[in-house]
Design a protein around this ligand. Structure first.
Ligand code: G3P
Ligand code: CA
Length: 465
């Protein structure tokens, strides 16, 4: 008998299916941000790793951005090249007094001679034997060109999540990285709140400047994410009485701080340890709901699947994701293991969604022929597995078919449904890309050059948070 008829006969099961779909809809509101691309599988920040993160179904791909000596914007986590390249081998003597090799002291042509290395080869990540691979540091433009191209061939929107790294450091070096980045974004068609991009930065004053000054000049208005650091980090500093002083973020997580942010910011991001302590207690129990009530999303970082990096209140990566997505209630996570996180959201089956309705069976009741449903999420694979193939007949929401009785399982959403838009923010929304299936790379836009003050060289800059 046709399954659809069976379900119509059974109000309980129709309700059950509806509940399942509602739960999937909630799960699908959650996003996966590929932290430094598919860094847990194929090294951080390189073009193959971006392609892998896209193929695994990530909603957003992160780009950390710094500048070169010749004013090119490259995708590199920190201003120094030491940790992820063979720069010391290729350019001995080019380090600064602190012993580090700064990208800003090298031209793009020089940086392109370097090859990437896996910084954590002993933790089960990509083997550090890549002498023949020659993976290189990408420019921001190369990465956007790749992503725009894949959007066209895969016929889906691919989110980007660029981070402007240490504007204070670049300013010290005489460079306006924010202007350089937003000009490139404009050139590649990212202009409005509707575009699938979150532009992130740790520097609150710089984000304010981007919103109040740079966006109006370039006639754009992107969703901005305020990253929140602890007060000891190197991400944000200001020159006070001749000394570079760390920024104090204390005001930002208060209700009034969040309210101030919400007038121009789409969301906040912070280390997950700011939200939850090592025992699993919420440290800022109202933060997520406060942010949501102001229309802001919350995207903590960084989630790894390696057991030694898990905190004591969970035993698996999936438990960690379950805890943050559905107990803490965050909207998305930055993760090195984007493929595993995508699978987690796809496969998640909350217990409340699968309890059979307490209703007497009627003739032909679908329960007579359906196998028992699981009441807990099934075990997930321990190694990354590619998600289902991307549909070839175009993007958009594919209706969830009622499965045939012989093979019934909890319906799985197609990859193309895992690209929800984040919560809208109260900012005005100018023109958007009209047809998401056709995402042309627009002609370069002529924009005014910023006025950059002359500044002195730094004495020391730490390379990493
Ligand atoms: O940008 C947020 C997330 O990436 C964490 O920061 O230090 O990895 O750039 P970081
Ligand atoms: Ca980052």
């Amino acid at each position: 008998m046709d399954c659809k008829i069976l379900i119509i006969k059974s109000g309980g099961w129709a309700f059950l299916l509806l509940a399942v779909l509602v739960v999937f809809a909630q799960a699908n509101d959650k996003i996966v941000i590929a932290h430094r691309a598919a860094s847990g599988y194929l090294m951080e920040h390189n073009l193959p790793s971006v392609t892998l993160a896209v193929a695994m179904g990530s909603d957003y791909i992160e780009q950390d951005l710094v500048m070169t000596q010749d004013d090119q914007v490259i995708v590199l986590h920190e201003p120094t090249l030491d940790r992820v390249t063979n720069v010391a081998e290729l350019f001995p003597g080019r380090e600064r007094k602190d012993g580090k090799f700064y990208a800003i002291d090298f031209t793009l042509a020089e940086i392109k001679q370097l090859h990437l290395k896996e910084p954590y080869p002993n933790s089960g990540r990509f083997p550090d034997n890549n002498k023949n691979l020659q993976l290189t540091v990408p420019t921001f433009k190369e990465e956007l060109e790749l992503i725009r191209g894949l959007e066209k061939t895969l016929r889906k929107d691919i989110g980007i999540y660029p981070e402007i790294k240490q504007p204070w450091f670049h300013r010290k070096e005489g460079k306006d990285i924010s202007m350089a980045v937003v000009k490139i974004l404009r050139e590649y068609g990212y202009k409005s709140q509707e575009d699938k991009i979150f532009l992130q930065c740790f520097d609150p004053e710089e984000l304010r400047r981007i919103h109040d000054e740079l966006f109006p000049i370039l006639q754009m208005n992107l969703k901005l994410i305020q990253l929140i650091d602890d007060n000891n980090g190197d991400e944000t500093k200001s020159l006070q009485w001749g000394e570079w002083i760390n920024y104090n973020y204390d005001w930002i997580t208060s209700k009034s701080g969040l309210r101030t942010l919400s007038s121009y910011i789409a969301g906040i991001g912070m280390d997950k340890s700011m939200l939850v302590d090592k025992a699993g207690n919420l440290l800022l129990p109202e933060l997520v709901s406060d942010a949501h009530s102001l229309g802001m999303v919350v995207h903590p970082f960084t989630f790894h699947r390696e057991k030694e990096l898990l905190t004591s209140y969970v035993t698996t990566f999936e438990e960690l994701l379950e805890f943050f997505y559905f107990k803490v209630g965050v909207d998305g996570v930055f993760t090195d293991h984007c493929g595993d996180a995508v699978l987690f959201l796809q496969n998640r089956v909350p217990a409340t969604a699968v309890e059979p309705a307490a209703e007497p069976a009627v003739e032909g009741d679908v329960r007579e022929i359906l196998p028992a449903q699981p009441t807990v999420a099934p075990d997930l694979p321990l190694s990354p597995v590619m998600p289902p193939a991307i549909p070839v007949d175009g993007p958009g929401v594919t209706p969830v078919a009622v499965p045939e009785a012989a093979a019934v399982t909890i319906p799985q959403p197609p990859v193309s449904t895992l690209t929800p838009e984040p919560a809208q923010v109260p900012n005005p929304s100018p023109a958007s890309v009209s047809d998401p299936q056709m995402v042309p790379i627009p002609a370069p836009v002529s924009v005014p050059e910023p006025v950059i003050p002359s500044m002195s060289l730094p004495s020391e800059v730490k390379s990493q948070k």
